[in-house]
Write a protein that binds this ligand. Structure first.
Ligand code: GDP
Ligand code: ZN
Length: 314
């Protein structure tokens, strides 16, 4: 095999054995790990959706050969159900997560949004908050209060309306050339938003299942969906980001999943402060002083209690 036939590709789909890969020209091929690479990896590293690989065509076999894997910039993983120490990589190299919710219909639950944001943080993924359906807002002040809550925590906030077209150009730019996971409660307009940005996606709307699930039933793995028009961006279709991540999270790392706590984390009287009951807690002082939003802090306490309970269950 000549060197010149090797090319870069991205892993779109697969859970082991045969993988669907996409080359920069848009061609998709089935590919399998080359024996030599398999040996090198010795089961230490499993390939994942989103991995950047080198592939070579193999005329004699039905599948192309994957001869190299590039280092990952991020991994989204979940704790293996039924096994305390197991961890499974859901997808690699996700650039950002859009946490979408509606300003009305359904009514937003800030605490639920915080949950999605914590999952993103726990996986070191950059999160954006998207406030959709601004055309249905009860008032401008409501939208701004919500936006401020998340902006103050350090998140980019986008206001959109699929109906009126607000913010769509901005969102198209955010997706361009990046690998994006879209998450949020159902009914908030995730599919509608993606369809408005890229009609060729033809996602079904008003479904109970996550937006980009497009008629698939129980799936274990994630998959990438290439944005049309040679956009060079991808959407990550995962079986529910909300089921991923949180339970792999260490209890003592939860405070790091609230970016606005960061300036205070080294400042508590006790080094192992849980920021719940201890005297001399710098985080609580910041809440009392109005620097940290009190309802964000309540979310922290709620999630903490939840994680404590689940640790006992394991
Ligand atoms: P998903 O479950 O998050 O994917 O939500 P869908 O895309 O299926 O949308 C749920 C409902 O909200 C549909 O009836 C959409 O037409 C409606 N919808 C989506 N975006 C907007 C919006 O910006 N404004 C209004 N008024 N309705 C919207
Ligand atoms: Zn503290």
């Amino acid at each position: 095999m000549s060197e010149s036939q090797a090319r870069r590709a991205i892993v779109m789909e697969g859970t082991g054995g045969v993988w669907r890969v996409r080359t920069p020209d848009g061609g998709e091929h089935d590919a399998a790990l080359a024996g030599r690479l398999k040996q090198e990896l010795k089961g230490q590293l499993k390939l994942a959706v989103g991995d950047h690989v080198t592939v070579e065509p193999d005329e004699r076999a039905s599948a192309w050969r994957i001869t190299g894997i590039e280092p990952r910039t991020s991994v989204l993983s979940r704790r293996e159900p039924g096994g305390r120490y197991g961890e499974r990589i859901v997808a690699a190299n996700i650039d950002q997560v859009l946490v979408v919710f509606a300003v009305a219909s359904p009514e937003p639950h800030p605490r639920m949004i915080d949950r999605f944001l914590v999952i993103a943080e726990a996986n070191d993924l950059r999160a954006h908050v998207v406030l959709n359906k601004v055309d249905l807002a009860h008032g401008e002040a409501d939208v701004e209060a919500l936006a401020r809550r998340f902006a103050a925590a350090g998140y980019p906030v986008h206001r959109t309306s699929v109906k009126r077209g607000d913010g769509l150009e901005e969102m198209r730019r955010e997706l361009h050339g990046r690998v994006t996971a879209v998450t949020g409660p159902s009914g908030v307009g995730k599919s509608s938003l993606l369809n408005a940005l890229h009609p060729e996606l033809g996602l079904r709307t008003q479904e109970v299942s996550p937006s980009v699930n497009k008629g698939r039933h129980t799936t274990v793995g994630a998959r990438l969906i290439a944005l049309p028009d040679g956009d060079e961006g991808y959407l990550v279709d995962t079986p529910g980001l909300r089921e991923v991540g949180l339970w792999g999270l260490q209890l003592d790392a939860l405070d790091q999943c609230f970016p606005e706590f960061a300036p205070f984390l080294g400042e508590c009287r006790f080094q192992d402060c849980t920021h719940a009951i201890e005297p001399g807690c710098a985080v609580r002082a910041a809440v009392d002083g109005g620097t940290v939003d009190a309802s964000r802090y309540e979310s922290y306490l709620k999630l903490r209690a939840e994680l404590e309970a689940s640790d006992r269950d394991w």
